[in-house]
Design a protein around this ligand. Structure first.
Ligand SMILES: *Cc1c(COP(=O)(O)O)cnc(C)c1O
Length: 360
């Protein structure tokens, strides 16, 4: 077994060691029950409490009040792309999207399949999605505006969210609870795991109650947000183990890190360390506009694709994994979600320095 691996994978990715150890310690005996968390029926009191407590913890950390419902769902980000137009608009109704690459492109496609009147009111496709658009206008009659907070593949992130008159729906799969923002500025926030908050198999959705009221009638139950809200995430068998990991992760965030503000400070330091080195290296390049750079996914490249390949290979020899860029864009990427520590990033930057010394 390797003593230590530095994991910069884009997702699923690193989990805090203390969380994994804690899970291991109680895997055979959850809360003195003599049973594993994986052996409980999903309608038992213990699981009902676990689910409710996890939802409360999400709300507390997002600083959401009782105007919001928090639910856990399956089907990942991809089912949200479908359910959002399905629930909050009808066929032919106007829905606005901002296209910032890969994931929003998928969301737009689903709304089009459902025959909504989709308008891409802004896009950064003209510059290979290397910036967040800041010039756009929503249609007053549109049912909602859909944006993606952090563009995991392109390495861009909203730093000033749009202020518009229509409801805003936001994909926060890769940056939820990584920084202290005003989450109540949104009508619906969704985040699949696993990036910043848990293990794969669960998606967290926070919905404003007033927005829920407008849901379409006649939807299949499973695809109706109200089914999940009414049954407090236990409309059907929920991913119990994944929710449990989210609960552990949030405990870690709240009690070991010290909350979202502290997390943001650490995340900013991590990102600054890498970007500063890239910009001063005269070797690596980050083509994302500086005002749009993500503090979660640092997308960069070496002078040639051959060097990119060598970088990934040499990194592996130092137990640094997950640094290749997404297959759709190439290059390199360091994903530095909440569980990745400042020390991990220092190891990566030292390796990058050594790489420049060797080949630069
Ligand atoms: C990873 C990711 C998703 C993934 O959705 P799944 O359907 O759960 O695979 C969606 N949106 C964003 C922004 C992501 O980074």
């Amino acid at each position: 077994m390797k003593s230590k691996t530095y994991n910069f994978s884009p997702g699923p990715g690193k989990l805090p060691r203390s969380v994994l150890q804690n899970i291991q310690n109680e895997l055979l005996d959850f809360n003195n029950s003599g049973m594993s968390i994986m052996e409980f029926g999903h309608r038992t009191k213990q699981i009902e409490e676990l689910v409710n407590e996890t939802a409360e913890r999400v709300k507390r950390l997002m600083k959401l009040d009782d105007n919001y419902e928090v639910i856990f769902m399956q089907g990942g980000g991809c089912i949200q792309f479908v359910m959002i137009p399905m629930n909050f608009s009808e066929k032919g109704e106007k829905v606005d999207y901002i296209d910032t690459g890969y994931w929003t492109t998928k969301a737009i496609e689903e709304a089009e399949i459902l025959e909504r009147d989709v308008k891409v009111i802004a896009s950064s496709a003209d510059k290979e999605y290397n910036y967040i658009p800041d010039n756009f206008k929503t249609r007053p009659e549109a049912a909602y505006l859909h944006i993606c907070s952090n563009n995991t593949i392109m390495g861009t992130q909203w730093h000033n969210y749009p202020k518009v008159e229509i409801p805003v729906v936001i994909d926060m799969s890769s940056d939820i609870l990584s920084r202290a923002i005003d989450y109540s500025a949104f009508d619906l926030v969704y985040a699949h795991a696993q990036k910043t908050i848990g293990t794969a198999g669960v998606t967290v959705v926070a919905i404003k109650k007033s927005f829920l009221k407008g849901i379409q009638k006649g939807l299949p139950n499973m695809l109706d947000y109200n089914s999940h809200v009414e049954k407090k995430s236990i409309f059907h068998t929920p991913p119990v183990f994944s929710i449990y990991v989210v609960w552990k992760m949030l405990y870690w965030l709240e009690n070991e890190i010290g909350g979202v503000d502290k997390m943001e400070t650490i995340n900013n330091k991590k990102a600054k360390l890498i970007y500063d080195f890239i910009d001063s290296s005269g070797f690596f390049k980050c083509t994302v506009e500086s005002s749009s750079r993500s503090i979660m996914n640092v997308v960069f490249r070496a002078p040639t694709p051959e060097f990119d390949k060598t970088f990934v290979e040499d990194a592996l020899k130092e137990n640094i994994v997950g640094v290749e860029g997404h297959r759709s864009v190439g290059g390199l990427r360091a994903s530095i979600y909440n569980p990745v520590s400042l020390e991990d990033v220092e190891v990566l930057v030292s390796f990058m320095k050594e790489f420049v010394r060797r080949y630069g």
